[in-house]
Design a protein around this ligand. Structure first.
Ligand SMILES: [Zn+2]
Length: 481
């Protein structure tokens, strides 16, 4: 009988909030069983030599959209496969009723089991779901979702009340399949989430995520831009300018103050938005506000992401916005960096900017991009990279310390990374179903050579190994801080 199922030897282990150490990692029963100076290889069934490499906690990509534009099962399979390429071992995906996804509305008591059944057996990573409460009836399901279903987080889209303005002229209520989706609905939702956060909070954080853009302003700016000479992604940036993020954020934060609801301000995209969010965090110190930005808002501008494949909400913006976001990351103001992964084919983007579906994938680049630009260029310590991509998301969404760290007893989710490996991004290296990438041509330095999920080697040297064995992880689990 050997002591360990797997041992990872000779690497540098990066532990969020602690630091880094040269040590061997012993894994037993899917969990980390030992972090010691030296493990005798004869004591392990399997051994991986990580000499010259760093071992990071598997990334927790807490902003994902499984099944938004195609079958949930197919999407789960191909897109979590892509996640493994970048060392992501847990994804938390947004789900809502209405247009796209399962294309219907109704009670989550009926629909959520369908979502779980469609994902079960198809994901290569572990996963959880954030649920968007779209109707008045669904408000009554918040307690059940947390207490019985392991859903520890919710979502509200600030810009959906004006969806009668979308390019295909779909009426908003038809798109979201709800008639009462306004700030009144948000207020009631915040009351509910604040209540469950109080009652279940000792087991981990329960929160509401907000997509902040302002429908009524977007209507005016789209009309103005359509009469202008702006083209492509630059036009899209002007059609949904930073002011709309800032105004809707102000509304959301005021309501959070009134209800004491813990909130996450998602995908901050601009200088104006990040400055307003940091301001709100400092001004409302009694509130629990966490800030998120995305890979693409850190990495791309409307000038560098050519074509309309890079259409996304909120839009990709300017070099100044990108730098402001990086400064906030370096200053420790941004909590989490995510991919907002939404697999979308080139055909679904089409030729017409206003009709193109928003969103694209990027999960495979989470660690590679943060290591390239963060660690190599901007001197962001490895420990902070692990916090931004893994530990902070795990904490914010009730998964820590089962996920998000390398500690005795934690799930053995690891990304073994060669900091010097350089790869040019093409759709092929990402192993996603998506047939293009707005990151194409970027040369990134720092890629996983191996990804380990609960002690199983699931990705090695460009190949995914084995069957999709990812599990639904009910939240919240563990500590709250
Ligand atoms: Zn999203």
């Amino acid at each position: 009988m050997k002591n360990y199922d797997l041992a990872v030897l000779n690497g540098i282990v990066v532990i969020p909030y602690v630091g880094q150490a040269r040590c061997d990692v012993g894994i037993r029963g899917g969990r980390i069983a030992a972090l010691v100076d030296r493990i005798d290889p004869a004591q392990a069934e399997d051994v991986i030599d990580a000499n010259g490499k760093v071992i990071m906690p598997g990334a927790v990509d807490s902003h994902f959209h499984l099944g938004i534009y195609r079958s949930l099962s197919e999407d789960a399979e191909s897109e979590t496969r892509s996640a493994l390429v970048g060392g992501v071992t847990t994804v938390i995906s947004y789900f809502r009723t209405g247009r796209h996804y399962l294309n219907k509305s109704g009670p989550y008591r009926e629909i959520f089991p369908e979502v779980l059944a469609a994902t079960d057996g198809h994901a290569y990573t572990d996963y959880g779901y954030h649920i968007a409460i779209m109707t008045a009836d669904q408000l009554e399901e918040v307690d059940w979702l947390v207490a019985d279903q392991g859903v520890g987080s919710f979502k509200y889209y600030m810009f959906y009340k004006g969806l009668n303005l979308t390019a295909d002229s779909t009426r908003g209520s038809e798109y979201i399949m709800s008639d009462t989706y306004d700030l009144g609905h948000l207020y009631l939702l915040m009351e509910k989430v604040a209540d469950v956060a109080q009652r279940y909070g000792t087991k981990g954080r329960v929160s509401l995520s907000l997509h902040c853009e302002h429908a009524e302003l977007i209507r005016v700016f789209i009309e103005r831009v359509q009469r202008s000479t702006f083209k492509g992604l630059e036009a899209y940036h002007h059609a949904r300018p930073p002011l709309t993020e800032r105004l809707s954020m102000a509304e959301a934060v005021l309501l959070a103050d009134s209800t004491r609801c813990p909130i996450n301000l998602l995908h901050l995209s601009s200088r104006e938005a990040v400055e307003a969010a940091v301001d709100a965090k400092h001004r409302y110190r009694h509130l629990d506000i966490r800030l998120e930005t995305t890979l693409h808002h850190l990495a791309l501008t409307y000038a560098t992401a050519k074509g309309i494949g890079g259409k996304v909400n909120p839009p990709i913006r300017t070099e100044d916005d990108r730098n402001a976001l990086w400064n906030a990351v370096m200053a420790g103001e941004i909590d989490t960096v995510v991919s907002d992964h939404a697999c979308c084919f080139e055909e679904q983007k089409g030729e017409d900017l206003w009709k193109a579906l928003p969103g694209f994938g990027g999960t495979a680049l989470l660690y590679p991009y943060l290591l390239s630009e963060g660690f190599h260029i901007r001197r962001l310590p490895l420990m902070r990279v692990a916090e931004l991509a893994s530990a902070n998301s795990a904490r914010a969404f009730g998964l820590y310390p089962r996920k998000g760290t390398i500690a005795i007893g934690s799930d053995a989710d690891l990304a073994i990374i060669d900091l010097e490996r350089e790869v040019t991004v093409t759709p092929e290296v990402l192993l996603s179903a998506q047939d293009f990438t707005p990151f194409e041509g970027m040369r990134l330095r720092g890629w996983p050579t191996h990804t380990i999920l609960r002690g199983c080697l699931v990705y090695a040297e460009g190949e995914v190994l084995g069957k999709p064995d990812g599990r639904f992880i009910p939240r919240p689990v563990g500590l709250h801080f």
